[in-house]
Write a protein that binds this ligand. Structure first.
Ligand SMILES: NC(=O)c1ccc[n+]([C@@H]2O[C@H](COP(=O)([O-])OP(=O)(O)OC[C@H]3O[C@@H](n4cnc5c(N)ncnc54)[C@H](OP(=O)(O)O)[C@@H]3O)[C@@H](O)[C@H]2O)c1
Length: 286
């Protein structure tokens, strides 16, 4: 982990699943426990965080902001407006880097709720971040300097790979691809397991074969310089079983289905962003 994160105080607002993964990842990189703070309303969760990580655990968002060089907002998207507005004064006073992991909440809305041009990095992690294999897109507003950019990137890299997008509107496509993406792969696994059982294999066998095949294919695609199309062609012998199966998928227009699915997810992301940023509740039925 680059030094820009190890000597800086990081405060989490919200100590739920994502915060736990990030804190675990950051500690794993050797960050000093003394540098980490989390503010969480639930007493049982606070006890578990203190016991599990040995970091500073409090029930006071404003105090967490006072301590921080970076504040990570890890509450549910619907809570963001209320939580940010309540912290506007301490954030304006201390000027920490604001990092949001809340899905769908846009940077201009965060800035409006804070009431000033704060340095904000909006991020879009995905669920595999919970097991350290996330893929996170980040977007920085113009008030973020290069040291803060590095800091935000280091933080999210603790739970997987990171990449920057230049336009915030790209976050809607990112949401459609990698945000919702794990569910597409889970669905394919689910289908393979069901059909594998129908073909007479035992549940244990289909589970192991399905998961290891998915893992092996992803590993191969990641480690190979070749594109997936080339890898697919290589395992598709003329007249063989794979060719027969792929012909059926093509006939069923699998590409068209995924095209429609991703566009639908992207459009829904735009709608949700509109709803979350709507201070007057006019878009709530979107
Ligand atoms: N989980 C994922 O895979 C994933 C992926 C991408 C993005 N995200 C984003 O990550 C954020 C957190 O998700 P999560 O899954 O970690 O949710 P979560 O487990 O529900 O965590 C949210 C935490 O915030 C606490 N909280 C509620 N109100 C608060 C307040 N006023 N001040 C401080 N803390 C407060 C909640 O406490 P209570 O339970 O007591 O309300 C809860 O512990 C969300 O915005 C989500 O969009 C999550």
């Amino acid at each position: 982990m680059p030094s820009q994160i190890t000597n800086q105080n990081i405060s989490f607002i919200g100590g739920g699943n994502m915060a736990i993964s990030l804190i675990g990842g950051i500690l794993h990189t050797g960050c000093d426990r003394e540098c980490l703070w989390v503010s969480e309303p639930d007493a049982d969760r606070r006890d578990a965080l203190a016991e599990g990580f040995g970091i500073h655990v409090i029930d006071d968002n404003a105090k967490a902001v006072e301590k921080a060089d970076t504040v990570v907002f890890a509450v549910k998207p619907q809570m963001m407006r209320q939580v940010l507005q309540a912290l506007a004064a301490p954030i304006a006073r201390h000027r920490p880097l604001v990092v949001s992991i809340a899905a769908g909440v846009r940077e201009p809305d965060i800035r409006r709720w804070l009431g000033f041009d704060a340095a904000i990095v909006r991020t879009m992690p995905n669920t595999p971040a919970l097991v350290g294999s996330g893929a996170t897109a980040l977007f920085a507003n113009p008030w973020v300097d290069s040291a803060q950019r590095d800091r935000a990137e280091s933080l999210l890299r603790a739970v997987g790979v990171t990449l920057w997008v230049d336009k915030e509107s790209d976050m809607d496509s990112v949401t459609a691809l990698s945000g919702s993406g794990p569910a597409y792969f889970f669905l394919i696994m689910e289908i393979l397991e069901t059909v594998g059982r129908e073909l007479g294999l035992t549940p244990e066998v289909v589970r192991l074969l399905t998961l290891e095949t998915a893992f092996g294919a992803a590993k191969m695609a990641l480690e190979s310089p070749e594109r997936p199309q080339t890898l697919r062609t290589r395992v598709t012998s003329p007249g063989g079983t794979t060719e027969r199966a792929l012909a059926v998928l093509k006939e069923g227009n699998i590409a068209g289905l995924f095209d429609s699915a991703l566009r639908a997810a992207r459009d829904r992301s735009v709608e949700l962003g509109d709803q979350l940023g709507d201070d007057f509740g006019e878009n709530l039925n979107g």
